[in-house]
Ligand binder design. Structure first.
Ligand code: MN
Length: 223
């Protein structure tokens, strides 16, 4: 058989015809104290932990098929940073130099599968890394500011609201820590954690994630 040439998934860049090629997607767990508490953990400042999604989990949003294998799909609105440069053992003071741009994304989670995985000390991959599990809006070039409102509505009703300033680990600290585990590279995305208020999305719902100064990300599921 003829094998296809695999082309990197891409995401839009605000104000540009160019697109950002996605290499890998890393995500931080529990990075806001109020969300750590709602998930039953103490928000201690232990080092951040990471999980991944496949690069082709990215989607610009719009009308999506409701995910299979779940009856408890959850929204987690997050600041996403996109790296335009890489490195290993990056110093916190130099970490912002790696950032190409930032956006608002939704770390969609099949919470029922994650609960089973947690109980069995199994991997989270199938709870976090499914098809179209990483809706992300257009990237704004530059590094994000250290504060600003991050929020999410479902059918117009506010479900999540927090401030970037309430992150347990800042974006530069996250990049520096992650670079001790893997060699970071251009095209890598990092989801930086969600504030409190995560909850279910049902067929027919319309979900909008926002961060000050960014184009919102909107997803809708058919009823
Ligand atoms: Mn998350």
């Amino acid at each position: 058989m003829d094998l296809p040439i695999v082309i990197a998934p891409t995401i839009a860049i605000a104000g540009s015809e160019d697109r950002f090629p996605v290499r890998r997607i890393f995500c931080v767990g529990r990075n806001y104290a109020d969300h750590a508490r709602e998930m039953g953990s103490d928000p201690v400042r232990e080092p951040p932990f990471f999980f991944t999604k496949p690069a082709d989990a990215v989607t610009p949003g719009g009308l999506l098929a409701f995910p299979v294998q779940t009856s408890n799909l959850h929204h987690e609105v997050e600041l996403v940073v996109a790296l335009g440069a890489g490195g290993t053992n990056v110093e916190t003071d130099n970490a912002e130099e790696l950032i190409f741009g930032y956006s608002v994304g939704i770390d969609l989670t099949r919470r029922d599968l994650q609960d089973v995985a947690k109980k069995g000390a199994r991997p989270w991959d199938m709870a976090k890394g499914f098809d179209e599990s990483a809706p992300i809006g257009p990237l704004k070039p530059g590094a994000p500011s250290a504060s600003g409102t991050i929020a999410l509505t479902v059918n117009g009703e506010e479900r999540q609201s927090g401030d970037i300033a309430d992150m347990i680990w800042s974006v530069p600290e996250i990049i520096a820590t992650l670079s001790t585990y893997v060699t970071l590279a251009p095209g890598d995305l990092i989801f930086t954690g969600t504030p409190a208020g995560v909850g279910p999305i049902r067929p027919g719902d319309s979900v909008i994630g926002t961060i000050d100064g960014l184009e919102p990300i909107e997803i809708r599921y058919a009823a």
